[in-house]
Design a protein around this ligand. Structure first.
Ligand SMILES: Cc1cc2nc3c(=O)[nH]c(=O)nc-3n(C[C@H](O)[C@H](O)[C@H](O)COP(=O)(O)O)c2cc1C
Length: 429
């Protein structure tokens, strides 16, 4: 697709769904051609098996990305993870720089999800990732990088997959934050840094790109130079087809600055044992039973997703809730807690979400809306909120699902907003 005046908004506009666009191109694919969804570095790289039962650092790292359910479907095994993913295509990968942690060589590691291990892809001397992210600081602890192997998603969703790459990346950041919470570690998200130089130095060519960073550790006032050597290229899929639109959308939005805010940390009040169960058992619901949820649980969930997001680079998101089945609350469209219009809109939201029953039969259908400065950051924050919504709902025994497919313009009209609709979700029983 040709986009002339390129801004983040232009990429959003160019990937809108409408009733007609979905009829014309329903995204059918031959599943036997699906590119691989795990990345492996060659055998000769040094590996550390993650002993998540006996080592809390291993468990912290492992729980950011772990496989939590294996499902056999038509002779293939789907490996579902702590993080959800649009179409279960899992474009995201995680790398972690570890510095100053006893028993682990200072280096950059790839988390090899399928084998539960860390792969040492780069040993540090006087250099490190800080040079690209926080040029005046050195981090004793962990620097996580999230990247997207975009073809895993564009294989099916074509240009619109750029949205899913970013939403998935936000979910993965949420999974890192959840693991940090369970392991008593603070986390800071960073969206504005020299991603393009990092992609080049990590050897990603045009096939993988860094979307975000999460820091967990002590910040020292010391400069660290950028990587002294390049990491060799290793492909994250077994085959690849280029999508120029996605590559452009990524690059353009990697360079724009996000809004700024003072960093604040969330005050999560979850019981850790129960929250750990929610992380382990998190799943997307496929069908709701059209039951009501209590008002108390609805407000508890709402409160959790509105907690502070620990980042200085920020984009603010407005939350719309279309209430269908919450005891004691009038059915209708709410902006935050303010009633915009009363009515039973459950059929309407089902239609808007491309006739998906999950958007009709739940208790609440949510829409995350923004007039962002940086589209890439805004989408990831929407995904991060999405992960919170999954975990807070599942914690309280309420089901949840992300919804990436909706008719953009009609949804905006229904919400009575001129801001872009970044993501939809449904919760219920
Ligand atoms: C960004 C995003 C968009 C999604 N969109 C839809 C959707 O439109 N319809 C749907 O039924 N599920 C949707 N899902 C749920 C995925 O299908 C689900 O996460 C995936 O199959 C893995 O299953 P799990 O979440 O149970 O681990 C979405 C998930 C994400 C993260």
């Amino acid at each position: 697709m040709q986009v002339n005046k390129i801004t983040g908004k232009a990429y959003h506009d160019a990937t809108k769904h409408s009733y007609l666009s979905v009829q014309i191109d329903p995204n059918y694919v031959d599943s036997s051609t699906q590119p691989s969804s795990f990345k492996f570095y060659p055998k000769f790289y040094r590996r550390i098996s993650l002993d998540f039962l006996n080592n809390s650092i291993h468990s912290f790292l492992w729980l950011t990305s772990a496989i939590t359910l294996e499902k056999t479907y038509k002779n293939t095994v789907d490996k579902l993870r702590v993080n959800p993913s649009a179409g279960a295509l899992y474009p995201t990968e995680i790398y972690v720089q570890i510095r100053g942690i006893q028993g682990i060589v200072d280096g950059i590691y790839h988390i090899e999800v399928e084998n539960n291990c860390l792969v040492l892809i780069y040993e540090l001397i006087d250099d490190g990732l800080e040079g690209y992210i926080l040029p005046n600081n050195r981090i004793i602890g962990f620097i996580f990088l999230i990247s997207c192997v975009y073809y895993r998603s564009s294989w099916k969703y074509k240009d619109r997959s750029i949205r899913y790459c970013w939403l998935d990346s936000g979910h993965h950041l949420g999974a890192i934050a959840a693991s940090a919470f369970l392991h008593d570690r603070d986390i800071q998200l960073v969206f504005d840094f020299d991603k393009l130089a990092l992609n080049a130095d990590l050897g990603f060519e045009n096939k993988e790109f860094i979307t975000a960073c999460a820091i967990s550790g002590n910040v020292q006032d010391k400069k660290v130079r950028r990587l002294r050597l390049k990491v060799p290229f290793v492909c994250g899929t077994d085959y690849f087809e280029q999508n120029q639109f996605i590559e452009e959308a990524y690059k353009e939005t990697a360079l724009q600055k996000s809004c700024q805010q003072e960093i604040k940390h969330p005050q999560l009040s979850f019981d850790k044992d129960r929250f750990s169960q929610a992380v382990w058992n998190r799943r997307s619901i496929r069908r709701f039973e059209k039951q009501f949820i209590s008002q108390e649980l609805y407000f508890s969930i709402f409160q959790e997703i509105r907690q502070a997001i620990p980042t200085e680079s920020f984009e603010s998101i407005e939350i719309y809730a279309v209430v269908h089945r919450v005891e004691g609350i009038k059915a209708g469209l709410y902006k935050g807690t303010h009633l915009v219009k009363e009515g039973n809109f459950s059929e309407k939201t089902g239609y808007l979400c491309v006739n998906q029953a999950i958007a009709s039969y739940g208790a609440v259908t949510w829409f995350f809306v923004s007039n962002y400065t940086n589209y890439q950051t805004a989408m990831q924050i929407a995904g991060f909120l999405g992960q919170r919504l999954y975990l807070a709902s599942n914690y309280w025994g309420i089901h949840c699902s992300g919804i990436g497919a909706y008719y953009d313009d009609e949804t905006q009209e229904f919400l009575e907003t001129d801001k872009d609709v970044l993501y939809a979700m449904a919760i219920g029983i």
